[in-house]
Design a protein around this ligand. Structure first.
Ligand code: PGA
Length: 271
């Protein structure tokens, strides 16, 4: 796991957007996994800027969102389909038929979950997955206790998540209790994962995910088993990391490894 600590929320968003943009440039038909919530907003704004001002082309991009509330239509302002439309999709040139957000109105949600998995497979799997993290360490809506092998399914939200999300609804009773979410096992299959986190309320979850045991009680901890994960977090979210100095030391030395290798090559070649 690579842990990158940025000074501000804004820097986290910009670093996230730059990584996504690099991937789109290298592979225009990128299969991109997307997250909702307040954390990725700056990154999405930056991607919109890169499209509108820099001509970044999303015409071949394929997207899969992590989750959606069960029972909310895409026209509901608190649905994740609406969130994505307002905060990203309608501002860039991604094709409608390439966008996938779980349907909150599926008549047979269980069958729908199976077809969502099949759609991901048919697209060739997720190349790059963007994640946020809940205060309870969840990724997607994989609440504590979710099987680390779980697939896309209907999940009952914890009271804590319902409380956290009540700020977006008129009243707590209006927050849906169920969601469709990619499973932990689904997320783990993405080729590369970037997790963004900002603010002091995420510090405990980040420490548990990075330095705690791999456990279903903190579903983000499963990322320790993945071979290509980058955590991009701000100073506040890094506040409870014990090995924080080491992560910073790694970043400071990151490029020196190239110097060491090229010196070895020169010695070997007698240059
Ligand atoms: P947030 O949500 O970005 O709004 O904090 C993250 C999450 O719950 O996964």
């Amino acid at each position: 796991m690579e842990v990158i600590i940025e000074p501000t929320r804004k820097a986290v968003g910009i670093r996230g957007a730059n990584i996504i943009a690099d991937h789109v440039l290298r592979k225009p038909a990128l299969v991109l996994g997307l997250a909702t919530g307040s954390t990725p907003l700056i990154a999405y704004r930056e991607l919109i800027r890169k499209h509108q001002e820099g001509g970044l082309d999303f015409s071949k991009l394929v997207t899969f969102n992590l989750d959606e509330y069960l029972g909310l239509p895409p026209t509901h302002p608190q649905s994740y389909a609406y969130f994505m439309e307002e905060n990203l999709f309608r501002h860039i040139n991604v094709h409608r038929q390439n966008i996938h957000v779980p349907s909150g109105l599926a008549l047979d949600p269980h069958e729908f979950c199976g077809s969502y998995e099949a759609d991901i497979k048919r697209a060739g799997g997720i190349d790059l997955q963007v994640l946020g993290i809940g205060r309870d360490g969840h990724i997607g809506f994989n609440e504590p206790g979710s099987s680390l092998g779980s697939r896309t399914r209907v999940k009952t939200l914890t009271k804590e998540t319902i409380e956290d999300n009540a700020r977006f609804f008129e009243a707590e009773q209006e927050v849906p209790r169920f969601a469709i979410t990619m499973g932990v096992g689904t997320i783990r299959e993405a080729r590369k994962i970037i997790l963004l986190a900002t603010g002091p309320s995420k510090a405990e979850a980040i420490a548990a995910a990075v330095e705690g045991p791999v456990a279903a009680s903190v579903t983000a901890s499963v990322l320790q088993l993945h071979n290509d994960v980058m955590l991009i977090i701000d100073e506040e979210a890094a506040g409870k990391l014990k090995r924080r100095n080491y992560y910073q030391w790694i970043q400071e030395n990151k490029y020196q490894v190239h110097d060491v290798i090229s010196r070895q090559i020169r010695v070997r070649l007698g240059m």
